[in-house]
Design a protein around this ligand. Structure first.
Ligand code: SF4
Length: 201
């Protein structure tokens, strides 16, 4: 087993490998709402939003004020309300959420992380969504040596077999929230400390 596979196997032992797939429209909108906020807030806001606007058509025709009220818990309600309504309108014009990376990247304000989340969690494709946890931990563990999430995505795709890409995202996000945190990583209880060149004594 190579080092990356060993790391993944230890993290799967701790965090499992299950994940939730959803409708691509819901994944797309939820990922936009999740920017710069806590998961708990995203969950609450998206539940309310989809109750009121279950389809791209209904969201595309909604009043901005109403969207803002519903999603205010996620922060930046004005910008996010404008963004998700614009995305919903574009999705309606396209006849549905596209399943190709380049088309997703053409949606207003959709970057690589969001697009890759839609591919993985909406369409069940192999892709590597790189958020702040995946970027930080990949560098700490020396799997990549990069300064931007885009470079990290590229290096992971080169170094990690395709069948592990989705798993890589799932376990690294959970690991980053729990142990390998941005500040004060809990190296003393880390299940992969023996494989980590950045371990803090
Ligand atoms: S040893 Fe510390 S820095 Fe390395 S992966 Fe574990 S928690 Fe992160």
């Amino acid at each position: 087993m190579d080092r990356v596979e060993e790391i993944l196997s230890k993290l799967v032992e701790r965090y499992g490998d299950s994940y939730f797939r959803d409708d691509p429209y819901r994944v797309l909108i939820t990922t936009i709402l999740s920017q710069r906020t806590r998961d708990e807030n995203t969950r609450k806001a998206s539940q309310q939003l989809f109750k009121k606007f279950p389809t791209p058509e209904s969201l595309a025709n909604a009043e901005l004020d109403e969207i803002e009220q519903i999603i205010k818990i996620v922060g930046f309600p004005k910008q996010k309300a404008e963004r998700i309504r614009e995305v919903a309108r574009k999705v309606c014009e396209m006849g549905g959420v596209p399943s190709q990376l380049d088309e997703l990247l053409n949606l207003p304000g959709v970057g690589r992380k969001t697009a890759n989340c839609v591919l993985v969690y909406g369409f069940g494709q192999n892709a590597v969504p790189v958020d702040t946890h995946v970027h930080r931990i990949s560098n700490r563990l020396g799997i990549v040596s990069t300064s931007t999430p885009e470079q990290t995505e590229r290096e992971i795709m080169e170094r990690v077999p395709k069948e592990f890409w989705v798993l890589y995202n799932i376990v690294f996000v959970r690991f980053g929230q729990d142990i390998c945190r941005p500040l004060n990583p809990r190296c003393d209880v880390c299940p992969v400390s023996e494989l980590c060149p950045s371990k803090e004594e």
